[in-house]
Design a binder for this molecule. Structure first.
Ligand code: PMP
Length: 432
C-alpha cells in the first residue's frame, strides 16, 4: 500500500480549522469508508502528486472542469498574462464580449448571456428568471440530479448530499420545499402526472439533459423532446443545467448534440478552464427581464472577472480544434470496454454507462436509467475498489456513482496502466 502519512497529518490539522477537513463534502472519503482524504500538492497533465510524493493518474478531473489536463500551457499562459494586467476591475471588459460570443456560437439558444461565479449561482438565477418571466412559483426537477446548493434544488437532491446518505439538507424552509416537485428521470408517465396536477403553477422544469451527477445517464430517445413539448404546452419554461455536460462530449451542449433547445441554460465547470465560473443564457426576450434591463435582480462582484474569462477563452480555443472529441471518445471506449471485459472475466457485476470520454462504473447487475438504479450500485464493493485503485495510483471520485472523466492529457499508456490496475483490483476483490 502507498504511504500517505503526510495526508493523514494534514487531515488532522485540517479537521481543526476547516469544517470536516474539506471545503466541499464530495471531497471527503466518508462514502468510501472514511479516514483521511489524499492531500494533493501538484498536478500536471493527467497526473496528481500527493503530499507524500505518490503519483496518481487522475480520473476525477476536479469533478468535471479539467478536460484539457492539469496546467495546460495555453490556459496557464492566458492566466499569467492576464494577471499581470490586474485581476479585477469592476468595469466591463472586451474579453467578456469575446467569450460570450464564443459561447453563443457553440450554444445558439444562449442569445444573451450573463457570467456568474459558480454553477450553483447559474442554476439559482435561471430559476429566479423563469419565475420572474412566468409569474409562477413551482419548479419541477428530476430525482437525484444535483443542481448546486441553493435552497430550492437541495430538495431531494442527489450527488453530494446523497453520497453522504442525506436525501435532503437541513435549513431548507418547508415553504420552499413545497415549491419543488421531484420525479424520476426518463419517466414520461411521472412527468405527465405532475403536469396534469400542477402544470398551471410550474414556472420551469429543470433538466440535466444527460445526467452527469449519478454517473452518466443519457436521456431515453424522445424524452427531451416530450419534456419540451409538454412543459411548453403547460406554459412553463425548460431550463437545461449543462454545468457538467457543456463542452464535455462535443463543442457545445447536449442541446446542440441532440438538437433540442431549452429556453434557458446554466453553464459552469469546463467553460472556466479550471477557474471559478458560471454563466446563464437564453432567449433575448427572457434574458431582458434581468437587471439593469428588467425587474429581476442578479449581480456579482467577481462576475466576468478577467482571469476566468481568459482561462475560459483559452480552454475553448483548444477544445475547438479538430479531433479533440474523437480522441476523448476513443480513449473512453478503450478504457470502459476494457473494464467491462475484465469484470466479465472475474465475474464481477458491473454496468458501464459511457458517453464519449466520460463513463460510470456501477457495481450492479441491472441497467441504470435513473437515480434509483444508480443507488442500487453496491457501496461496499465500490469502496473496496476505490481503495485498491488508490493504492495502484489511480485517483477516482470517492463516490459509487460519480463518472470517470478522461482528459486530452491522458495517454494510451495511461489507459493501459489503468486497465492493469483494474485487473489487480478485481483480482483482489475476488480473493476476499
Ligand atoms: N449543476 C450541475 C449539473 C453540477 O454538476 C454542479 C456541480 N457538481 C452544479 C450545478 C453546481 O456547480 P458549482 O459546484 O460550480 O456551484
Amino acid at each position: 500500500a502507498l504511504k500517505r502519512e503526510r495526508s493523514e497529518q494534514l487531515y488532522k490539522q485540517a479537521l481543526d480549522v476547516i469544517v470536516g477537513g474539506v471545503n466541499s463534502p464530495s471531497r471527503s472519503f466518508r462514502a468510501v469508508g472514511g479516514g483521511a482524504p489524499v492531500f494533493m500538492k501538484r498536478a500536471k497533465g493527467a497526473y496528481f502528486w500527493d503530499e507524500d510524493g505518490n503519483r496518481y493518474i487522475d480520473y476525477l478531473g476536479a469533478f468535471g472542469p479539467i478536460i484539457l489536463g492539469h496546467a495546460h500551457p495555453a490556459v496557464t499562459e492566458a492566466i499569467v498574462q492576464t494577471a499581470a494586467d490586474g485581476t479585477l476591475y469592476g468595469t466591463p471588459t472586451e474579453k467578456e464580449i469575446r467569450f460570450a460570443r464564443m459561447l453563443r456560437e457553440a450554444i445558439p439558444s444562449c442569445e444573451q448571456i450573463r457570467f456568474v461565479n459558480s454553477g450553483t449561482e447559474a442554476v439559482m438565477t435561471t430559476i429566479r428568471l423563469a419565475r420572474a418571466y412566468t409569474g409562477r412559483d413551482k419548479i419541477l426537477k428530476f430525482a437525484g440530479c444535483y443542481h448546486g446548493h441553493s435552497d430550492l434544488v437541495l430538495v431531494a437532491a442527489g450527488s453530494g448530499p446523497s453520497t453522504l446518505g442525506i436525501p435532503d439538507s437541513a435549513g431548507i424552509p418547508q415553504s420552499i420545499a413545497q415549491e419543488v416537485i421531484t420525479i424520476p428521470f426518463n419517466n414520461l408517465d411521472a412527468l405527465r402526472e405532475a403536469l396534469d396536477r400542477w402544470g398551471d403553477q410550474i414556472a420551469a422544469v429543470l433538466v440535466e439533459p444527460l445526467v452527469g451527477n449519478f454517473g452518466i445517464v443519457p436521456p431515453q430517445p424522445g424524452f427531451l423532446e416530450k419534456v419540451n413539448e409538454w412543459v411548453h404546452q403547460a406554459g412553463g419554461l425548460v431550463i437545461y443545467d449543462e454545468v457538467i455536460t457543456a463542452f464535455r462530449f462535443h463543442y457545445g451542449g447536449i442541446q446542440t448534440m441532440y438538437g433540442v433547445e431549452p429556453d434557458l441554460t446554466a453553464l459552469g465547470k469546463i467553460i472556466g478552464g479550471g477557474l471559478p465560473i458560471g454563466a446563464y443564457g437564453g432567449r433575448r426576450e427572457i434574458m431582458e427581464k434581468v437587471a439593469p434591463m428588467g425587474p429581476m435582480y442578479q449581480a456579482g462582484t467577481m462576475a466576468g472577472n478577467p482571469l476566468s474569462m481568459a482561462a475560459g477563452i483559452a480552454c475553448l480555443e483548444v477544445l475547438s480544434r479538430p479531433g479533440v472529441y474523437e480522441r476523448l471518445d476513443e480513449m473512453g471506449k478503450r478504457l470502459a470496454d476494457g473494464i467491462g471485459e475484465l469484470a466479465r472475466n472475474y465475474g464481477i457485476p458491473v454496468q458501464i454507462n459511457r458517453q464519449g470520454g466520460a463513463f460510470a462504473v456501477y457495481f450492479t447487475e441491472e441497467p441504470v436509467i435513473d437515480y434509483e438504479g444508480a443507488q442500487r450500485a453496491d457501496s461496499e464493493m465500490f469502496a473496496r475498489f476505490f481503495r485498491l485503485m488508490l493504492d495502484e495510483g489511480i485517483y477516482l471520485a470517492p463516490s459509487k456513482y460519480e463518472a470517470w472523466f478522461l482528459t486530452l492529457a491522458h495517454s494510451d499508456e495511461d489507459i493501459s496502466d489503468t486497465l492493469q490496475a483494474v485487473d489487480h483490483a478485481f483480482k483482489q476483490m475476488k480473493k476476499s
